[in-house]
Design a binder for this molecule. Structure first.
Ligand code: GLN
Length: 546
């Protein structure tokens, strides 16, 4: 069959969940046996989100091929179990950069370079790239931003042209918002009508409307919207708030979104999607009653999306282990030696987050010292792992000044130091050690047992690294370097073997946890936390008896 192109646009407001709807549709089409990928086109000027701070754009996700990407790509992978790449995330910045490079090379042969056709052609070329590989039956393209934004105009114009060129091999799903006015006790359809009108003015007729709502939208109201917007009544689907994003594929299937997409692209739907493994996950999620209490220590904890992949990976693992995740976010800047016991007491496991810069680092070190002394299962990721190394150096090796040269360039004991290849770089964008690298694990280590293998590949995003000059001192004192990159001898995993669970990874395992494949290291961490919880309960029980 010819590759089908599905465009997903959004109207009225942002944050309606275009990424989740795209991922849910992909999940359903994949469960019907189709080869599917999702790509995100973002209208901002940054070349990629790698230089954006989490206050601007939430977490920066990293693909296996080392692209710093929009966090929606994380949803795509978690819902489809398929890796994304650099081609799955394109920004206005990338488009302009490529057009300007061509102009400088003289490729435009003296022509005036314009938004139409040069920018739109470049957008169209990028939209078609993955489709041209022949590897996919469906390419879902999410257009970032909201219809009416100045910066999304060239993208919408490109969608208009492609819809014209592709005919039945393409369709447009438009997501809008149906607000409920409490004072009037009424759902309102006008914003949807206006946003569809804006889309139509740009020459794009949506085929399917997905209405985000907090209240059930009655059938007659959906028919009214269908009539106003030139959409067939069965193609007006509601996306009502639900308790977990992982319910959305089921909610979409109940309203036949996958079947409507197939029919509208000329395919006769056969049978039902094979959703059993997904349903088993939801079943575990619904049935779990016991909780596991995990603290996440980081400096962006007030932001919902800053540690998205870690939150999801913890949730996958807890669900996999038949537990409810009770996640407490602790602001690392607020942790002091005086309050750390009070903040962390009762936690079954503690995870120390990645990050950049000095802010909040001392709080992370204080938390780690308390966890090590109280033998709480602890997981350090990237900067979290580097903090594990610094804390151990200061408090066990007695190197009081130990630090990362990121925090103190003139520290005497640079136990974490800038990687050699990073030393002469001046550009910050896209220059970290990025993407998937191999790692060999020591047989018998906690990590090797968790993965069930000693040969793994994981994704990275960092400039600093464990300083091998200190390796022997750490190992002699009990912190073992159990994971190493085979070609560069970079330390990728540290552990303290005598502890209940003490693992730090220079890489980011959270990026590769999916619903159908919860990450083994997160599973192992959650299992250790559950065991610790049960141990504490037993102790309390026998204390009460005595
Ligand atoms: N700031 C640290 C580095 O660059 C850690 C980065 C991270 O946590 N992703 O090495």
């Amino acid at each position: 069959m010819d590759t089908k192109y599905i465009f997903v646009t959004g109207g009225v407001v942002s944050s309606l969940g275009k990424g989740i709807i795209s991922a849910s549709l992909a999940c359903l089409l994949k469960a019907r046996g189709y080869r599917v990928t999702i790509q995100k086109f973002d209208p901002y000027i940054n070349i990629d989100p790698g230089t954006l701070n989490p206050y601007e754009h939430g977490e920066c996700y990293v693909t296996v091929d080392g692209h710093e990407a929009d966090l929606d790509l994380g949803h795509y992978e978690r819902f489809t179990n398929v890796n994304t790449t650099k081609a799955n995330n394109v920004t206005t910045g990338r488009i302009y950069q490529s057009v300007i490079d061509k102009e400088r090379r003289g490729d435009y042969l003296g022509k005036t370079v314009q938004i139409i056709p040069h920018i739109t052609d470049e957008i169209k070329r990028n939209i078609m790239l993955l489709g041209n590989t022949g590897n996919f039956d469906f390419i879902i393209t999410e257009i970032g931003g909201t219809i009416g934004d100045i910066e999304s105009l060239p993208f919408i114009e490109s969608v208009r042209q492609l819809r014209w060129e592709l005919g039945q091999d393409s369709l447009c799903i438009h997501l809008t918002y149906v607000p409920y006015l409490h004072a009037a006790k009424e759902l309102k359809t006008k914003p949807t009508q206006h946003s569809v009108k804006l889309l139509q003015e740009a020459g794009v007729q949506p085929d399917i409307l997905v209405l985000r709502t907090e209240q059930d939208i009655p059938a007659d109201m959906r028919h009214k919207i269908a009539r106003f917007c030139n959409v067939s009544p069965d193609a007006v689907v509601q996306s009502i708030d639900c308790s977990s994003i992982y319910e959305v594929p089921v909610m979409m299937h109940t309203q036949h979104l996958d079947e409507i997409v197939l029919r509208k692209t000329g395919i006769i739907p056969k049978g039902e999607p094979h959703m059993e493994p997904w349903m088993q996950f939801l079943d575990k999620m619904h049935k779990a009653t016991e909780t596991v209490n995990i603290a996440l220590v980081g400096k962006y904890v007030e932001l919902q999306d800053a540690y998205k992949s870690i939150n999801e990976a913890l949730f996958h693992a807890a669900t996999h282990c038949d537990h409810k995740l009770n996640l407490t976010s602790i602001h690392s800047e607020k942790i002091t030696p005086e309050n750390v016991g009070e903040l962390l007491d009762g936690m079954d496991g503690v995870i120390v987050a990645p990050g950049f810069g000095q802010r909040g680092v001392e709080g992370k070190l204080t938390a780690l010292e308390w966890c090590r002394n109280n033998d709480v299962p602890t997981f350090g990721i990237c900067l979290g792992m580097q903090c594990m190394v610094i804390e151990f150096a200061r408090n066990v090796l007695g190197l009081k000044d130990a630090n990362s040269t990121e925090m103190n360039p003139s520290t005497k004991d640079n136990v974490i130091d800038l990687m050699e290849e990073q030393k002469n770089l001046s550009n910050l964008g896209g220059t970290m050690r990025l993407g998937a690298y191999e790692c060999r694990l020591k047989p018998g280590s906690t990590a090797a047992r968790a993965y069930g293998t000693t040969h793994i590949t994981e994704r990275h995003r960092h400039r600093f690294e464990f300083n091998n000059a200190y390796r022997k001192r750490f190992e002699d004192a009990g912190m073992k370097c159990v994971g190493e990159n085979p070609s560069a001898q970079l330390v990728e995993v540290v552990e303290i073997p005598g502890k209940r669970w003490w693992v730090g990874t220079q890489y980011h395992p959270e990026y590769s946890s999916t619903v159908l494949n919860p990450h083994p290291l997160f599973n192992s961490f959650i299992k250790a936390a559950i065991a610790f919880k049960q141990e504490k309960a037993k102790e309390n029980h026998s204390e009460n008896k005595n």
